[in-house]
Design a protein around this ligand. Sequence first.
Ligand code: PLP
Length: 367
Amino acid sequence: MTSPAITVPLVKVAMPPRQLLMPALEQVLYSGMVAEGEHVYEFERQFAQTFKLPNALATSSGTAALHISLLMSGVRPGDEVITTAMTAEPTNTTILQVGAVPVFADVDPLTGNMDPGSVKQCIGPRTRAILPVHYAGYPARLTELRQLADAHDIALIEDCAHALGAAFDGHPIGTVGDFALYSLQAIKHMTTVDGGVLTMQDSTALPLARRLRWFGLAKGVPRTEVDITTLGFKYNMHNVAAVLGLAQLAGIGALVQRHIDNGRHFDQALRGIPGLMPADAGPGAEPSYWLYTLLADDSSAVERCLADVGVAASKLHRPNHLHSIFAPYRRPMPALDMFYKRLVHIPCGWWVSDEDRERIVTALKKG
Ligand SMILES: Cc1ncc(COP(=O)(O)O)c(C=O)c1O
């Protein structure tokens, strides 16, 4: 028997209502000001305000924001960055991009997030930064990671690409690290088609971050007088993306809340099913459930069982150390091996209706 067509995808592009978005896009497209400008700065203000974040800078991608944050953390060729392999590749390709060495910490077997105990063992004289990912929207153990970073005088960079709207100990994620980055790529909670946001604790770091975003040039200084003293990049957001971002922000509260409501529903409804266990980020964590993380004795069986009712489920990512370019940095990670074997993500975003939820729960209970 062939499975029915998938009607509940694992990820889906969120677009604001046409009647809201199209007039705004038309206005900016024909305004004569499509490059970086006032819409970008307004987007930065509203993004920071919406998610209660400090000092936000809009970028062309989350990867660009991460690149800037590594440079601003003082990571230089040959330095080490403690990171996680349980993430999308840009977390770690960007470490190689600055010529640094990724040191893969093992993960918490219940979330796939960086394990602070393993991080502690990875810290050495060349360590410059710790780079946790709030994987799939489940907050990493930030209090312990902050303590380690402070004890060793190294930077903490939060990769919040999956975790817009999540919190830890009552604080929005992204406010514990020295730097944080968000991705506005196609399938995230919200999208500007491609885009990102960099935030930082220290407002005096903003001018340098702005220059790194724009070839090393300072905006506002006449082009014939400005002097590049530090190499920068073409990492700015443009007005068209910012207008899309502003339209996204208008509905983002309800959208993220639907992820959270679905996730909390599954946390209850999928408890106690033999062979299955919901991920658990522990005390203080308030996930924003970009994906719902299930741990299964037989993850392939879960994928098949849900495919039979038209629901997509998968592991989605490949642990990064398995790529050939990361082969030199492989080290034993027994908890990651166990987590990845059991991992299966199921859909829990804004597009998952109450009926879809029940279909998923019923199918998983039947097994
Ligand atoms: C965990 C993680 N970090 C960083 C990024 C990079 O973001 P972007 O695609 O916006 O460059 C992504 C996006 O795929 C991601 O999933």
